[in-house]
Design a binder for this molecule. Sequence first.
Ligand code: PEP
Ligand code: MN
Length: 262
Amino acid sequence: MEQAITQHKPIEEVLLKRPLIISGPCSAETEEQVFQTAVRLAETGKVDVMRAGIWKPRTRPGSFEGIGTKGLPWLQQARKATGIPVAVEVATAKQVEDALHFGVDVLWIGARTTVNPFSVQDIADALRGVDVPVLIKNPINPDLELWIGAVERVAKAGIKTIGLIHRGFSSYGNTEYRNAPMWHLAIEMKRRNPGMMMINDPSHICGRRDILQDVAQTAIDLDFDGLIIESHIDPDMAWSDAKQQITPERLGEMLSAIRWRK
Ligand code: PEP
Ligand code: MN
């Protein structure tokens, strides 16, 4: 297996790579799935950080809500085997503690959490005195002030490395996208947070595979700093977000086909 180039670097340095590529399953499902995904992502030689949802905020109850804390050691193992740092979504103070206990390298705040200042403050309080990078997704609704407020709360807790993830905005009814990109809002957010990295999440914008590459290309053309793309060893069988996930090999092809800025 090709060694991940990121192996011994401090995480802050890994996150400086441009374009920054984050990939991995919507959800950690089984030990084997996490491990195989990590190995196959490492084989592409193009992935800097592996993502995996451990606690899944689902809009409606009754679907898979995440494997929970038991999945954290799986990520630790995958990290050890590939050298690729791992990122997990956190929505509560307890989740922050658990993730950090198991050596998660990067935390992210999801779109359904960024909308709630109480939740964001709870997370921020748990981060006080901790040195871990935090990525903050845009709120599910097109409200830049909520996004900025979340950034301010996390920054006030002393977190030095903060990044933004643009995952599109919810709108009612069927559209081409699962979440409309509203690119102008991401651009305005970039303008209001100069120097803060902005990653695009085409997976949650598209909700489907066929337009993923086009959206990723648009983000790169707009000078985004990187991409976070969901990948799965058997996308159609994924326990969450099956329609938008792609195999690690397809990810590798897609990243090769994108025209990167010089
Ligand atoms: C996810 O990253 O799997 C997720 C739940 O995304 P979002 O918070 O953007 O809906
Ligand atoms: Mn997902």
